[in-house]
Design a protein around this ligand. Structure first.
Ligand SMILES: CC(C)(COP(=O)(O)OP(=O)(O)OC[C@H]1O[C@@H](n2cnc3c(N)ncnc32)[C@H](O)[C@@H]1OP(=O)(O)O)[C@@H](O)C(=O)NCCC(=O)NCCS
Length: 144
């Protein structure tokens, strides 16, 4: 059974494995555990209780910010991140957010294509945000 659940400690080791295979500068265990506050949400997508992906986001007033979304390498291009983002969009709307922002590395073409498939559009860049040669692209989507 496919489920989208609030993160709990039983998910941590699988999340850390996906995190390490997905990002050059992965969050540490401490970062995952310290991050949640009242505006931060941490959702995991499980299939028969196995964690396949997760999404960390914030909703502050009418703005939602995606901090992180990742799917286990062996399960990509099967629509799992889409399920997470559709759930996130509905949840954000229910809390009266009307726009979503995120930052992505300019060289993360897969992620940019993924966000474009949900009609996110580039609204700006932070030059050299990730180092000497790597810009952050700021993407936005109006949701209501
Ligand atoms: C980006 C990421 C989350 C996408 O997860 P996914 O489960 O593979 O995405 P989906 O299967 O839901 O893809 C939905 C659509 O996005 C686009 N897309 C996703 N990955 C793509 C890729 N590698 N190349 C081109 N388009 C892609 C396609 O339009 C795809 O639809 P299609 O498969 O019918 O063509 C995943 O590649 C990942 O975990 N990357 C590493 C972590 C990361 O960079 N996260 C984003 C920055 S926070």
């Amino acid at each position: 059974m496919l489920e989208i659940l609030d993160f709990n400690l039983s998910h941590l080791s699988e999340v850390l494995k996906i995190e390490t295979e997905s990002f050059e500068n992965p969050w540490t265990e401490k970062m995952f555990l310290d991050y949640p506050d009242k505006n931060t949400y941490f959702k995991v997508l499980t299939l028969n209780e196995k964690v396949l992906g997760y999404n960390v986001f914030q909703i502050v007033f009418n703005e939602a910010h995606i901090l992180k979304i990742a799917v286990s390498q062996n399960y990509r291009r099967q629509g799992f991140a889409s399920k997470l983002i559709l759930d996130f969009l509905e949840f954000s709307k229910s809390l009266n957010a009307n726009e979503v922002f995120l930052e992505v590395r300019a060289n993360n073409i897969n992620a940019i294509k993924f966000y474009e498939s949900f009609n996110f559009t580039e609204i700006g860049r932070r030059p050299k945000y990730y180092g000497a040669k790597l810009d952050a692209i700021i993407l936005r989507k109006q949701i209501q």
